[in-house]
Ligand binder design. Sequence first.
Ligand SMILES: *[C@@H]1O[C@H](CO)[C@@H](O)[C@H](O)[C@H]1NC(C)=O
Ligand SMILES: *[C@@H]1O[C@H](CO)[C@@H](O)[C@H](O)[C@H]1NC(C)=O
Ligand SMILES: *[C@@H]1O[C@H](CO)[C@@H](O)[C@H](O)[C@H]1NC(C)=O
Ligand SMILES: *[C@@H]1O[C@H](CO)[C@@H](O)[C@H](O)[C@H]1NC(C)=O
Ligand SMILES: *[C@@H]1O[C@H](CO)[C@@H](O)[C@H](O)[C@H]1NC(C)=O
Ligand SMILES: *[C@@H]1O[C@H](CO)[C@@H](O)[C@H](O)[C@H]1NC(C)=O
Ligand SMILES: *[C@@H]1O[C@H](CO)[C@@H](O)[C@H](O)[C@H]1NC(C)=O
Ligand SMILES: *[C@@H]1O[C@H](CO)[C@@H](O)[C@H](O)[C@H]1NC(C)=O
Ligand SMILES: CC(=O)N[C@H]1CO[C@H](CO)[C@@H](O)[C@@H]1O
Length: 831
Amino acid sequence: MAALTRKRNNESPVSMRESFVLVLASCLTVCGTAIDTITIGRPVQDNETIVSSGQTFKLGFFSPANTSNRYVGIMYNIPGTTVIWVANRDKPVKDSTGILTIAEDGDLVILNGERETIWSSNVSKSVASSSAKLLDTGNLVLTDNSDGSTMWESFQIPTDSLVPKMRLSAGAKEKLQLTSWRSPSDPSIGDFSAGFHLFRPPQFFVWENNVPCWRSGPWSGNTFIGIPGMSSAYQSRLDLVEDNSGSTYFTYNSVNNPALFYYSLNSSGCLQAKVSIGKGDWSVTWSSLESQCDIYGKCGPFGSCNRLQSPICTCLQGFKPRDEEEWNRGHWSGGCIRKELLKCERNQSSSTDAKEDGFVRLPNMKVPDFLVLVVISEEACGSSCLKNCSCTAYAYYKGIGCMHWSGNLIDVQHFSYDGADLYVRVPYSELDKKKDTKAVTAVIVVAASLFIAVSLYFCWKRWAKHKGKDQDDQVSLFEPTYNVENMVNKTGDRAKLGELPLYTYETLAKATDNFEPCNELGKGGFGQVYKGKLLDGQEIAVKRLSNTSGQGIEEFMNEVVVISKLQHRNLVRLIGCCAEREEKMLVYEYMPNKSLDFHLFDSDKPSVLDWKKRVTIVDGIGRGLLYLHRDSRLKIIHRDLKASNILLDKELRPKISDFGLARIFGGNEDQANTRRVVGTYGYIAPEYAMEGMFSEKSDVYSFGVLLLEIVTGRRNSNFYYHENELSLLGYAWKLWNEKEAVKLIDAAIFVPGIEKEVLRYVHAGLLCVQEFAKDRPDISAVLSMLNSETSNLPLPKLPAYTRRLGSSVSDSSSQRVDSINNVTVTIVEGR
Ligand SMILES: *[C@@H]1O[C@H](CO)[C@@H](O)[C@H](O)[C@H]1NC(C)=O
Ligand SMILES: *[C@@H]1O[C@H](CO)[C@@H](O)[C@H](O)[C@H]1NC(C)=O
Ligand SMILES: *[C@@H]1O[C@H](CO)[C@@H](O)[C@H](O)[C@H]1NC(C)=O
Ligand SMILES: *[C@@H]1O[C@H](CO)[C@@H](O)[C@H](O)[C@H]1NC(C)=O
Ligand SMILES: *[C@@H]1O[C@H](CO)[C@@H](O)[C@H](O)[C@H]1NC(C)=O
Ligand SMILES: *[C@@H]1O[C@H](CO)[C@@H](O)[C@H](O)[C@H]1NC(C)=O
Ligand SMILES: *[C@@H]1O[C@H](CO)[C@@H](O)[C@H](O)[C@H]1NC(C)=O
Ligand SMILES: *[C@@H]1O[C@H](CO)[C@@H](O)[C@H](O)[C@H]1NC(C)=O
Ligand SMILES: CC(=O)N[C@H]1CO[C@H](CO)[C@@H](O)[C@@H]1O
């Protein structure tokens, strides 16, 4: 084993016999000492690497792209060169004679061919004996052998990357920041640095030559206000730690997440989160500069940036461009000024009769820089701001408290979701107009909600009468005592429904050419879906509730309530709704590339979904599901995850759709029982089909089926394996046990080299479809499994439904059969 970790890079392959001798030889000399350690007698030469004990990281010499300069770096121990730390960033070795060793005084040093010191750990104290060990965290630690104390560690001098357990801090004692490379082929210190400001609350910054060029917004205890969707990027869980010694630092952990994941600051100043997708390739899951709006202060003082608008910059309400001409030419950095002075800014004489200033509320904002934290209650936050003329805005955010701003409001951004409510001070004149229109909107919204609630009530009554005793807890979600408002409030959230744009019937009829049949995209859970185009050119998909049935309206309302609260890049976005006359319609973003089943199954044409795309699709679905289960403020069980409910956007990224059956779970609830089982043949978990028990594990089951379908390109529900009556799951299980799981992969997309990854996917899929819910991993564990390269996965047990699902939807069963549309069937045959 020992020989394996000291890898010989530039050598021709050695024969088995030779390598055995080498193993023996190194063992004779090395046994007793760890093989991840550099000592005075065992330096690292240019042609060698050492590997950490858990095989995660390696250390050795490398050359960046387009240069022959040699640097000592710590890299992920995967194919390719993913460098997370560089020792001699400023001073390369010019040839391959370099050596990393321990000097006489105990320092870790890099020497060149002439034995000159190129780089040194430069510890001031001199010790008799020391050794440097590469830990499995990626930290290189120099230890004084006499007392075991740490003399130096690479985590104390970060370069451009932040790996788990590393710290970034801004304390007086230690200031740990990332510094970019000068260019992809030059690791010397570049113009950009990244770290955080310790002012309360902390904010993350990227600086270019010490001038801010990106800002995260304040830290709220688990997310940064200025990074929408941060809570759903499951790997990006940062923690702010204040330890006993008084130092404060940011770090993140991946103890339960074996996926390789890290942050790095690239040489053009972009902070990126990357996850390994195998074969030494990395996928950027988040980047600090996703649009022009992310550039610090893009729109100048009192300007606000919205990436979805054109132009992206507008002045905050009550403000106008400082220089109209410049502004219209797209030079926004001059910013905006007040249209009219505040009352408190005017001279005494003229202001005596003026009415008091007030605030306009701007939702979903990245709040400005230079905030002042005021220790005061939420109620008093606004009034105390009003009392001080220099206070220009305030916000109250859970986890932070009351924030005030004085003077210029800089680096403000408007998001389509997340962010905070920002209250900007304006003179009475600005306030007045807005208030009135707001009131009108509020009346409309309330009236509409009332209408929905009332029709809901009648529908429920009719339905309940019809169904008699058959109602259950799912129905209770629609008890007459709950109006829409209550349902929303029950879950502790503001009435999002009130913010959902309402479209008129005319608008949507016009957008879809009067629901022209040739604009029909398909049939959703409860009605026809049409393609449409709003007047402003935005393409939409309109789901129209088919002629009112109790069933439909229930799902319609469920979908409104569930999805209007959710925002995630892997969930289809609800843009608005229409509840007018007899019509109930939902308006979604339009997905140009149809649904997953269209591309996956029954296609004569070669699939456009190659393996790499399928990997991204699986990952995206997993993330969407993780958001539903964990990361949204609610816990939501989708209950009808299937290929036809996965829509693909123009870049073939997946989005989960159809929340008609989704169920919101309250605080501690993690399992529920229903007598009305509704799901889809082939995807429904056994405990749900048999006993009506559903939980996040029943979604995991459906995800597992979907995963196997994506790998194989075959439908579970009509899979037929000729030898015996095995279902797709049974067939996968069989091949898995015969160590032939690679045969499962869709032959059309097989390319050499993906076998290992395919095996891992099949393995994870089989873990998801295990018979007993308690054996199945939760979705975050599944995502970890899919992304990890090293972890040891547990062995799957026998899946449910290994035999082919017969057409035995039996009437004699005690379960109710519910068939909303063609594909929705409930009762499935037991094993
Ligand atoms: C590395 O190169 C040196 C000469 O530069 C040579 O002596 C040594 O045997 C090589 N080591 C390995 C493991 O190839
Ligand atoms: C390396 O050089 C080639 C050719 O000049 C260029 O196309 C490529 O982008 C360079 N790579 C990097 C990382 O700079
Ligand atoms: C080593 O540290 C000393 C003081 O701590 C400093 O003066 C010197 O420049 C450093 N040398 C190198 C090579 O970094
Ligand atoms: C840095 O990242 C950004 C965003 O991902 C990218 O556009 C840019 O090309 C990267 N710069 C370099 C030098 O790789
Ligand atoms: C307020 O009064 C001062 C002098 O009293 C004058 O210089 C200033 O221009 C006045 N400002 C306004 C807005 O009228
Ligand atoms: C008003 O706010 C400014 C800036 O925050 C502060 O310096 C000043 O002390 C405040 N004045 C009062 C009376 O609180
Ligand atoms: C709904 O059905 C009723 C009768 O069943 C019919 O009169 C009405 O026109 C239908 N409405 C729509 C929108 O199809
Ligand atoms: C329903 O399913 C059957 C069999 O799979 C199929 O032949 C039929 O076209 C489907 N009907 C609709 C409306 O999708
Ligand atoms: C595979 C496929 O159909 N791709 C399409 C996805 O949608 C975009 C935008 O409409 C098209 O350009 C692609 O061809």
